[in-house]
Design a protein around this ligand. Structure first.
Ligand code: SF4
Length: 329
């Protein structure tokens, strides 16, 4: 069994709400990622996925804060409440982030090479010829065909796929243990998406790099990850090995996400969109937060939050599978 690299316990993230006060947009999330493991975090927009990942190195926007009682440990070291100096040492060095839109992640006024060299200087103390050689090696490692030319280019000269590869090279420059990729392929063409996902898997395996991949798309996660956690309305509602969750989903929301995917193989059926949308954090429903959209909702679902059911490592929070005395039906 791999040793834990990242351990998130009872993570809460509070956002300001109109009229004053705050609401927990992320509420009691438990999640772990082992060294070299690839974990997907899946759900619709508004589920709390991105806030969860931004909370890890505390890169939350102004006014958004981590709730007291939350814990984020990296190799056993607590990051919540750590001094800014310690968090700076973690960001980019131990934990690196890749975002959805590579256009905004890169500085348009600087060449790709100078941006990578800056990270090499800050996190690894490399400069001069050593930094230039490492920059070319990184650009080559992420599959850019002419590293010297790419290094000399400003980002706008690159295609979308090349820009995302350059962003991944930038993220790797600090030699992180964990790469957090938030919808890294959503802004790209379908054929480019597949190549970027294959690159992430290759880098994870070649470097022993752990990956936390955020996506709204279960197909992306099934292609890439070992385990998956499904988020709904600020909470993880199902988690387990990817194969088990996709083949035998326990939670009606996971089943709905699977039914909403276009099918490329098997019998031709139209995707079934999930009716409604995730409410705002200030209006989370009582009981099971999915109950207003759940086709299987029971009376108690409206009143009481469901317990965890299922057998570890595949578990979900749903009254449907609950039996007095524990376990799943
Ligand atoms: Fe549906 Fe009830 Fe399960 Fe929630 S607890 S997903 S409402 S059956």
């Amino acid at each position: 069994m791999r040793s834990p690299l990242l351990e998130i316990r009872n993570l809460g993230v509070e956002v300001p709400v109109p009229g004053g006060g705050a609401a927990a947009a992320v509420d009691g999330v438990d999640l772990s990622v082992a060294h070299g493991e690839r974990v997907g975090l899946v759900g619709e927009s508004g589920a709390g996925k991105s806030l969860t990942t931004l909370a890890l190195p505390n890169l939350l926007p102004p006014g958004v804060r981590i709730r007291p009682g939350s814990s984020v440990r990296l190799d056993g070291r607590e990051l919540v409440g750590a001094p800014t100096r310690d968090l700076r040492a973690v960001r980019g060095k131990r934990v690196a982030l890749v975002f959805q839109d590579p256009t905004h992640a890169l500085n348009p006024a600087l060449t790709v090479g100078s941006q990578i060299r800056e990270v090499l200087l800050v996190h690894r103390g490399l400069r001069g010829g050593e930094a230039r050689a490492e920059t070319l090696r990184l650009l080559s490692e992420v599959g850019l065909p002419d590293p010297a030319r790419t290094a000399a280019d400003p980002p706008h000269r690159l295609s979308g796929g090349m820009r995302q590869r350059a962003c991944i090279a930038l993220a790797l420059a600090g030699e992180p243990d964990l790469l957090v990729a938030d919808e890294p392929t959503t802004a790209l063409d379908v054929t480019v998406q597949a190549r970027i996902l294959d690159l992430l898997v290759h880098l994870s395996e070649a470097r022993g790099l752990a990956l936390l991949l955020v996506s709204h798309d279960l197909a992306v996660v099934s292609r890439t990850c070992h385990r998956v956690a499904v988020m709904y309305a600020g909470r993880v509602v199902e988690k387990g090995p990817v194969k088990a969750v996709l083949e035998r989903p326990l939670h009606p929301y996971t089943r709905a996400l699977l039914a909403a995917r276009p099918r490329l193989t098997g019998p031709r059926t139209l995707p079934a969109p999930i009716a409604g949308s995730i409410p705002a954090p200030s209006a989370w429903p009582t009981g099971c937060r999915f109950h207003p959209r759940c086709p299987d909702a029971l009376d108690r679902c409206r009143r009481e939050a469901p317990p965890w059911v299922g057998l570890s490592p595949h578990r979900a929070t749903c009254w449907l599978h609950w039996e007095p005395g524990g376990g799943a039906s």
